[in-house]
Design a protein around this ligand. Structure first.
Ligand code: HPA
Length: 279
């Protein structure tokens, strides 16, 4: 789907009819991690189905609402759940919400996701600040910035060497250590899903330098960086990737959601701490 300026404007108009609040920070809350949006003060919640052009997620654990409200002195706009490539949407459609957030006026985007731990030192419940990524769908022809480029939104070619803002990462690291929350930092490998990786794929990901693997976030980062939005992204390790075929274990979505319960309080401490530091 190639959206036009008009499509973004229609979505923005519907949101502005519901609230006069002007968000400057965007949050994308992934699988099982949406509850932070329930804590916003003076909140307006808009079901995705009421926003023209907005893709809805069919995945259990994703509420499917846009919530605008106050958090730590900022007006934020939070996506409580997101749509995924594996649900059958194209890359432009699943990143439409990021463009809408851009046109709403955000300058900073904080993304969260559930991810599998590829690094053997990672445990379930750990957090990993993303400092770089490997974009498998993008490298094989599914990049949301493909197609006609609107120069009013951003440039044709986007550099990604500084995609994950250094200053925001430093703040997050400081908040984590002040609160005794173990925080890894590493490379997130994006895959399309919905099948989880095979043991051979996990060993390959480890070999090429990935620390965690997941099915979201990276395409959103591309679209945010295209418009110049600053990005902070953090993975919650919901399962440890299985790297040998003789394992009796199997990865499943229930363990992903279950681990979210441990991850949410830690992630909440870090995200609210970062927002407070930005105030
Ligand atoms: N692989 C891919 N995506 C995921 C995983 C995983 O193991 N866990 C949560 N999202």
């Amino acid at each position: 789907m190639n959206y036009t300026h008009d499509d973004y404007q229609k979505a923005v108009d519907v949101i502005r009819q519901k609230t006069t609040q002007q968000p400057t920070i965007g949050l994308v809350l992934g699988s099982g991690l949406g509850s932070l949006a329930d804590t916003l003060a003076n909140a307006t919640a808009i079901p995705y189905s009421e926003i023209p052009g907005w893709p809805t997620s069919t995945v259990h654990g994703h509420a499917g609402r846009l919530v605008i409200g106050e958090l730590e002195g900022h007006t934020v706009v939070a996506q409580q759940g997101r749509a995924h490539f594996y649900e059958g949407y194209d890359m432009q459609t699943i990143t439409f919400p990021i463009r809408v957030m851009h046109f709403l006026g955000i300058n900073t985007l904080i993304l969260t996701n559930a991810a599998g731990g590829v690094d053997p030192s990672y445990s379930v419940g750990d957090l990993m600040l993303i400092n770089d990524h490997i974009n498998f769908p993008g490298m094989t022809g599914s990049n949301p910035l493909m197609g006609p480029n609107d120069e009013r939104i951003g440039p044709r070619f986007v550099g990604l060497a500084q995609a994950y803002d250094r200053e925001l990462r430093t703040i997050a690291r400081n908040i984590a250590s002040a609160n005794n929350i173990p925080l890894h930092e590493g490379v997130y490998a994006a895959v399309s899903g919905p099948s989880f990786e095979t043991p051979a794929e996990i060993r390959m990901l480890r070999t090429i330098g990935a620390n965690a693997v997941g099915m979201s976030t990276v395409h959103e980062v591309l679209v945010a960086r295209h418009t110049g939005i600053r990005v902070l992204a953090c993975s919650g390790i919901t399962n440890v990737a299985i790297d040998h075929v003789d394992s009796k274990l199997e990865t499943n979505h229930e363990e992903v959601l279950e681990a979210g319960k441990v991850i949410v309080p830690r992630l909440t401490t870090i995200l609210t701490g970062v927002l407070r530091a930005l105030a």
